[in-house]
Write a protein that binds this ligand. Structure first.
Ligand SMILES: Nc1ncnc2c1ncn2[C@@H]1O[C@H](COP(=O)(O)OP(=O)(O)OP(=O)(O)O)[C@@H](O)[C@H]1O
Ligand SMILES: [Mg+2]
Length: 315
Protein backbone atom coordinates (compact mmCIF):
# COMPACT_ATOMS: atom_id res chain seq x y z
CA UNK A 1 0.00 0.00 0.00
CA UNK A 2 2.77 2.37 1.06
CA UNK A 3 4.85 1.55 -2.06
CA UNK A 4 1.87 2.17 -4.33
CA UNK A 5 1.34 5.54 -2.70
CA UNK A 6 5.00 6.53 -3.11
CA UNK A 7 4.85 5.41 -6.76
CA UNK A 8 1.79 7.57 -7.35
CA UNK A 9 3.64 10.54 -5.82
CA UNK A 10 6.57 10.03 -8.11
CA UNK A 11 4.44 9.70 -11.24
CA UNK A 12 1.89 12.40 -10.62
CA UNK A 13 4.41 14.81 -9.14
CA UNK A 14 1.89 16.33 -6.79
CA UNK A 15 -0.26 15.02 -3.98
CA UNK A 16 -3.95 15.68 -4.29
CA UNK A 17 -6.30 15.59 -1.35
CA UNK A 18 -3.63 14.21 0.97
CA UNK A 19 -3.51 15.49 4.51
CA UNK A 20 0.11 16.53 4.92
CA UNK A 21 -0.21 15.97 8.67
CA UNK A 22 -0.89 12.29 8.06
CA UNK A 23 1.99 11.43 5.74
CA UNK A 24 5.00 9.45 6.88
CA UNK A 25 8.56 10.69 6.58
CA UNK A 26 9.16 8.40 3.60
CA UNK A 27 6.13 9.80 1.81
CA UNK A 28 7.21 13.33 2.57
CA UNK A 29 10.65 12.67 1.14
CA UNK A 30 9.18 11.06 -2.00
CA UNK A 31 6.69 13.91 -2.45
CA UNK A 32 9.51 16.48 -2.29
CA UNK A 33 11.73 14.35 -4.56
CA UNK A 34 8.94 14.17 -7.09
CA UNK A 35 8.98 17.96 -7.44
CA UNK A 36 12.78 18.13 -7.58
CA UNK A 37 13.63 18.94 -3.96
CA UNK A 38 16.33 16.75 -2.46
CA UNK A 39 16.40 16.88 1.32
CA UNK A 40 18.55 15.28 4.02
CA UNK A 41 16.86 12.85 6.40
CA UNK A 42 17.39 15.28 9.27
CA UNK A 43 15.54 18.04 7.40
CA UNK A 44 12.76 15.63 6.46
CA UNK A 45 12.35 14.63 10.11
CA UNK A 46 12.19 18.26 11.26
CA UNK A 47 9.70 19.12 8.54
CA UNK A 48 7.64 16.04 9.38
CA UNK A 49 7.52 17.02 13.04
CA UNK A 50 6.63 20.60 12.21
CA UNK A 51 3.66 19.34 10.14
CA UNK A 52 2.58 16.82 12.77
CA UNK A 53 2.85 19.27 15.67
CA UNK A 54 1.44 22.16 13.64
CA UNK A 55 4.46 24.35 14.47
CA UNK A 56 6.19 26.78 12.10
CA UNK A 57 9.49 25.65 10.63
CA UNK A 58 12.32 28.16 11.02
CA UNK A 59 15.14 27.69 8.51
CA UNK A 60 18.44 29.49 8.89
CA UNK A 61 21.56 28.79 6.93
CA UNK A 62 23.81 29.30 3.98
CA UNK A 63 22.51 31.43 1.10
CA UNK A 64 21.29 29.63 -1.98
CA UNK A 65 20.99 26.27 -0.23
CA UNK A 66 17.26 25.59 -0.48
CA UNK A 67 15.47 27.46 2.32
CA UNK A 68 12.97 29.33 0.13
CA UNK A 69 12.81 26.44 -2.30
CA UNK A 70 11.62 24.08 0.45
CA UNK A 71 8.45 26.12 1.00
CA UNK A 72 7.82 26.35 -2.74
CA UNK A 73 8.36 22.61 -3.18
CA UNK A 74 6.10 21.81 -0.24
CA UNK A 75 3.27 23.83 -1.75
CA UNK A 76 3.85 22.22 -5.13
CA UNK A 77 4.10 18.67 -3.75
CA UNK A 78 0.92 18.99 -1.69
CA UNK A 79 -0.91 21.12 -4.24
CA UNK A 80 -1.33 23.98 -1.79
CA UNK A 81 -1.40 27.66 -2.52
CA UNK A 82 1.92 29.35 -1.74
CA UNK A 83 1.49 32.67 0.05
CA UNK A 84 4.77 34.55 0.33
CA UNK A 85 5.51 37.39 2.68
CA UNK A 86 8.84 38.88 1.61
CA UNK A 87 10.26 40.75 4.59
CA UNK A 88 12.20 44.00 4.31
CA UNK A 89 13.35 46.81 6.53
CA UNK A 90 10.40 48.99 7.49
CA UNK A 91 7.77 46.31 6.80
CA UNK A 92 4.88 47.00 9.14
CA UNK A 93 2.02 44.82 10.26
CA UNK A 94 -0.63 46.71 8.27
CA UNK A 95 1.10 46.26 4.93
CA UNK A 96 1.58 42.57 5.76
CA UNK A 97 -2.17 42.22 6.48
CA UNK A 98 -4.20 44.52 4.23
CA UNK A 99 -4.46 47.91 2.58
CA UNK A 100 -7.53 49.85 1.60
CA UNK A 101 -8.06 50.02 -2.15
CA UNK A 102 -8.14 53.83 -2.21
CA UNK A 103 -8.69 54.08 -5.94
CA UNK A 104 -11.81 51.91 -5.86
CA UNK A 105 -13.06 53.70 -2.75
CA UNK A 106 -12.62 57.05 -4.50
CA UNK A 107 -14.42 55.85 -7.62
CA UNK A 108 -17.28 54.56 -5.49
CA UNK A 109 -17.54 57.89 -3.63
CA UNK A 110 -17.60 59.78 -6.95
CA UNK A 111 -20.33 57.47 -8.29
CA UNK A 112 -22.42 57.92 -5.15
CA UNK A 113 -21.97 61.69 -5.26
CA UNK A 114 -22.94 61.77 -8.95
CA UNK A 115 -26.18 59.95 -8.14
CA UNK A 116 -26.90 62.29 -5.23
CA UNK A 117 -26.28 59.65 -2.54
CA UNK A 118 -24.13 60.04 0.55
CA UNK A 119 -21.14 57.68 0.91
CA UNK A 120 -21.80 55.22 3.73
CA UNK A 121 -19.83 52.64 5.66
CA UNK A 122 -19.97 50.26 2.67
CA UNK A 123 -16.79 51.81 1.37
CA UNK A 124 -15.06 50.28 4.38
CA UNK A 125 -16.31 46.76 3.63
CA UNK A 126 -14.28 43.70 2.62
CA UNK A 127 -14.92 44.51 -1.07
CA UNK A 128 -12.59 47.49 -0.81
CA UNK A 129 -9.72 45.68 0.82
CA UNK A 130 -6.52 44.59 -0.84
CA UNK A 131 -5.56 41.43 1.01
CA UNK A 132 -1.88 41.13 1.83
CA UNK A 133 -0.19 37.79 2.67
CA UNK A 134 -1.17 37.40 6.34
CA UNK A 135 -4.84 38.15 5.73
CA UNK A 136 -4.84 35.83 2.73
CA UNK A 137 -3.29 33.10 4.87
CA UNK A 138 -6.13 33.22 7.41
CA UNK A 139 -9.01 33.72 4.96
CA UNK A 140 -8.09 31.08 2.40
CA UNK A 141 -11.53 29.51 2.93
CA UNK A 142 -10.20 26.25 1.60
CA UNK A 143 -10.17 22.90 3.35
CA UNK A 144 -6.53 22.69 2.30
CA UNK A 145 -4.50 25.25 4.24
CA UNK A 146 -1.92 27.15 2.19
CA UNK A 147 1.82 27.21 2.71
CA UNK A 148 2.74 30.57 4.24
CA UNK A 149 6.35 31.47 3.48
CA UNK A 150 7.68 34.27 5.66
CA UNK A 151 10.89 34.87 3.74
CA UNK A 152 14.02 36.53 5.14
CA UNK A 153 12.42 37.52 8.44
CA UNK A 154 15.77 38.89 9.65
CA UNK A 155 15.37 41.83 7.24
CA UNK A 156 12.24 42.99 9.07
CA UNK A 157 12.52 45.08 12.24
CA UNK A 158 12.19 43.67 15.75
CA UNK A 159 8.74 45.30 16.14
CA UNK A 160 7.48 43.32 13.19
CA UNK A 161 8.95 40.15 14.67
CA UNK A 162 6.98 40.90 17.86
CA UNK A 163 3.80 41.23 15.83
CA UNK A 164 4.56 37.94 14.06
CA UNK A 165 4.75 36.21 17.42
CA UNK A 166 1.17 37.22 18.15
CA UNK A 167 0.07 36.22 14.67
CA UNK A 168 1.65 32.77 14.95
CA UNK A 169 0.01 32.17 18.33
CA UNK A 170 -3.57 32.80 17.14
CA UNK A 171 -3.52 32.85 13.33
CA UNK A 172 -5.84 35.77 13.66
CA UNK A 173 -5.70 39.34 12.35
CA UNK A 174 -7.85 42.34 13.16
CA UNK A 175 -9.02 45.12 10.88
CA UNK A 176 -10.45 47.92 13.04
CA UNK A 177 -13.40 48.65 10.70
CA UNK A 178 -14.28 44.99 10.11
CA UNK A 179 -13.26 42.97 13.17
CA UNK A 180 -11.17 39.83 13.49
CA UNK A 181 -10.42 37.14 10.95
CA UNK A 182 -9.24 33.77 12.23
CA UNK A 183 -8.00 30.84 10.15
CA UNK A 184 -10.33 27.83 10.22
CA UNK A 185 -7.26 25.69 9.66
CA UNK A 186 -3.82 27.18 10.36
CA UNK A 187 -1.52 27.50 7.35
CA UNK A 188 1.69 25.51 7.07
CA UNK A 189 4.32 28.08 8.02
CA UNK A 190 7.92 28.17 6.81
CA UNK A 191 10.10 31.04 8.03
CA UNK A 192 13.54 31.71 6.59
CA UNK A 193 16.38 33.83 7.90
CA UNK A 194 19.79 34.73 6.49
CA UNK A 195 21.11 35.66 9.92
CA UNK A 196 21.78 39.32 9.13
CA UNK A 197 20.55 39.90 12.69
CA UNK A 198 19.83 37.67 15.67
CA UNK A 199 16.19 36.61 15.93
CA UNK A 200 14.42 36.89 19.27
CA UNK A 201 14.05 33.91 21.60
CA UNK A 202 10.25 34.20 21.42
CA UNK A 203 10.16 33.47 17.71
CA UNK A 204 12.70 30.67 18.04
CA UNK A 205 10.68 29.03 20.84
CA UNK A 206 7.52 29.08 18.76
CA UNK A 207 9.17 27.22 15.86
CA UNK A 208 11.00 24.03 15.08
CA UNK A 209 14.49 24.96 13.92
CA UNK A 210 16.73 23.61 11.18
CA UNK A 211 20.07 24.93 9.99
CA UNK A 212 20.44 24.43 6.23
CA UNK A 213 24.14 23.92 5.55
CA UNK A 214 25.93 23.17 2.30
CA UNK A 215 24.89 19.73 1.04
CA UNK A 216 27.23 16.76 1.16
CA UNK A 217 28.84 15.98 -2.23
CA UNK A 218 26.48 13.01 -2.67
CA UNK A 219 23.42 15.19 -1.99
CA UNK A 220 24.66 17.93 -4.32
CA UNK A 221 25.24 15.34 -7.07
CA UNK A 222 21.67 14.17 -6.59
CA UNK A 223 20.44 17.79 -6.84
CA UNK A 224 22.42 18.27 -10.08
CA UNK A 225 20.97 15.08 -11.51
CA UNK A 226 17.41 16.38 -11.08
CA UNK A 227 18.07 20.05 -11.89
CA UNK A 228 20.49 19.79 -14.82
CA UNK A 229 19.29 17.17 -17.23
CA UNK A 230 21.84 15.76 -19.68
CA UNK A 231 24.90 16.51 -17.54
CA UNK A 232 27.58 13.83 -17.77
CA UNK A 233 28.08 12.12 -14.40
CA UNK A 234 31.89 12.41 -14.45
CA UNK A 235 31.66 16.16 -15.16
CA UNK A 236 29.00 16.51 -12.45
CA UNK A 237 31.43 14.93 -9.95
CA UNK A 238 34.18 17.35 -10.99
CA UNK A 239 31.79 20.30 -10.62
CA UNK A 240 30.70 19.22 -7.15
CA UNK A 241 34.34 18.51 -6.21
CA UNK A 242 35.54 21.93 -7.35
CA UNK A 243 32.71 23.76 -5.58
CA UNK A 244 33.52 21.84 -2.39
CA UNK A 245 37.18 22.90 -2.65
CA UNK A 246 36.06 26.52 -3.11
CA UNK A 247 33.84 26.34 -0.02
CA UNK A 248 36.32 24.56 2.22
CA UNK A 249 39.79 25.62 1.14
CA UNK A 250 39.38 29.23 0.07
CA UNK A 251 38.52 31.87 2.58
CA UNK A 252 35.73 33.32 0.45
CA UNK A 253 33.50 36.21 1.45
CA UNK A 254 30.64 34.67 -0.52
CA UNK A 255 30.83 30.93 -0.73
CA UNK A 256 28.91 29.47 -3.68
CA UNK A 257 25.55 27.93 -2.75
CA UNK A 258 23.65 25.17 -4.50
CA UNK A 259 22.08 27.79 -6.77
CA UNK A 260 25.57 28.71 -8.03
CA UNK A 261 26.53 25.05 -8.55
CA UNK A 262 23.40 24.58 -10.67
CA UNK A 263 24.09 27.74 -12.69
CA UNK A 264 27.67 26.68 -13.30
CA UNK A 265 26.66 23.17 -14.36
CA UNK A 266 24.14 24.64 -16.81
CA UNK A 267 26.79 27.02 -18.16
CA UNK A 268 29.29 24.19 -18.68
CA UNK A 269 26.62 22.08 -20.34
CA UNK A 270 25.77 24.88 -22.73
CA UNK A 271 29.47 25.25 -23.57
CA UNK A 272 29.57 21.55 -24.34
CA UNK A 273 32.30 20.98 -21.75
CA UNK A 274 33.50 17.43 -21.16
CA UNK A 275 35.97 17.96 -18.36
CA UNK A 276 37.23 20.79 -16.16
CA UNK A 277 40.49 22.57 -16.95
CA UNK A 278 41.91 25.77 -15.45
CA UNK A 279 41.15 27.91 -18.50
CA UNK A 280 37.53 26.77 -18.73
CA UNK A 281 37.06 27.29 -14.99
CA UNK A 282 38.57 30.80 -15.11
CA UNK A 283 36.30 31.76 -18.01
CA UNK A 284 33.16 30.57 -16.23
CA UNK A 285 33.97 31.64 -12.66
CA UNK A 286 31.36 34.40 -12.97
CA UNK A 287 28.75 31.72 -12.20
CA UNK A 288 30.41 30.90 -8.87
CA UNK A 289 32.24 33.96 -7.57
CA UNK A 290 30.15 37.03 -6.79
CA UNK A 291 32.61 39.22 -4.86
CA UNK A 292 35.56 41.23 -6.19
CA UNK A 293 37.98 40.21 -3.42
CA UNK A 294 37.06 36.55 -3.97
CA UNK A 295 37.92 36.91 -7.66
CA UNK A 296 41.50 37.72 -6.64
CA UNK A 297 41.69 34.72 -4.31
CA UNK A 298 40.55 32.19 -6.93
CA UNK A 299 43.19 32.80 -9.57
CA UNK A 300 46.62 31.70 -10.79
CA UNK A 301 48.22 28.71 -9.08
CA UNK A 302 45.51 28.49 -6.42
CA UNK A 303 42.88 28.00 -9.11
CA UNK A 304 45.05 25.49 -10.96
CA UNK A 305 45.58 23.45 -7.80
CA UNK A 306 41.88 23.53 -6.98
CA UNK A 307 41.00 22.20 -10.44
CA UNK A 308 43.64 19.47 -10.16
CA UNK A 309 42.34 18.58 -6.74
CA UNK A 310 38.74 18.34 -7.98
CA UNK A 311 39.55 16.39 -11.13
CA UNK A 312 42.04 14.01 -9.44
CA UNK A 313 39.46 12.90 -6.90
CA UNK A 314 36.90 12.17 -9.58
CA UNK A 315 39.03 10.56 -12.30
N1 LIG B 1 17.87 20.63 -1.64
C1 LIG B 1 17.64 21.15 -2.84
N2 LIG B 1 16.99 20.43 -3.78
C2 LIG B 1 16.78 20.95 -5.00
N3 LIG B 1 17.17 22.18 -5.40
C3 LIG B 1 17.81 22.93 -4.52
C4 LIG B 1 18.07 22.47 -3.19
N4 LIG B 1 18.73 23.44 -2.53
C5 LIG B 1 18.86 24.46 -3.37
N5 LIG B 1 18.32 24.18 -4.57
C6 LIG B 1 18.33 25.05 -5.75
O1 LIG B 1 19.01 26.23 -5.39
C7 LIG B 1 18.22 27.37 -5.71
C8 LIG B 1 18.35 28.39 -4.60
O2 LIG B 1 17.66 27.92 -3.45
P1 LIG B 1 16.86 28.92 -2.53
O3 LIG B 1 16.37 30.08 -3.28
O4 LIG B 1 15.87 28.11 -1.77
O5 LIG B 1 18.02 29.38 -1.55
P2 LIG B 1 17.91 30.11 -0.16
O6 LIG B 1 18.49 29.18 0.86
O7 LIG B 1 16.53 30.58 0.06
O8 LIG B 1 18.91 31.31 -0.42
P3 LIG B 1 18.86 32.83 0.09
O9 LIG B 1 19.27 32.76 1.52
O10 LIG B 1 19.86 33.52 -0.77
O11 LIG B 1 17.45 33.31 -0.11
C9 LIG B 1 16.80 26.89 -5.90
O12 LIG B 1 16.13 27.58 -6.90
C10 LIG B 1 16.96 25.43 -6.27
O13 LIG B 1 17.02 25.32 -7.67
MG1 LIG C 1 15.70 32.47 0.03
Amino acid sequence: MCYVFVWVLAVVGAVFEVDERAVSREMLKSALNSVGYIADDALITTLYLSLRLGKPLLLEGEPGCGKTELAKSLSHAFNRELIRLQCYEGLDSSSAIYEWDYLRQLLKIRMLEASGSIPDSEIFSERFILKRPLLRAVTHGDSKPPVLLIDEVDRADEEFEGFLLEFLAEFQVTIPELGSFKAKKPPIVVITSNQTRELGDGLRRRCLYYYVSFPTPERELEILSVKVRGLDEALARQIVGFVRVLREEFDLVKKPGVAETIDWARALLSLDAKTLDPQLVRQTLSCLIKDSSDTLKVDGDALKRAVENATAKTS
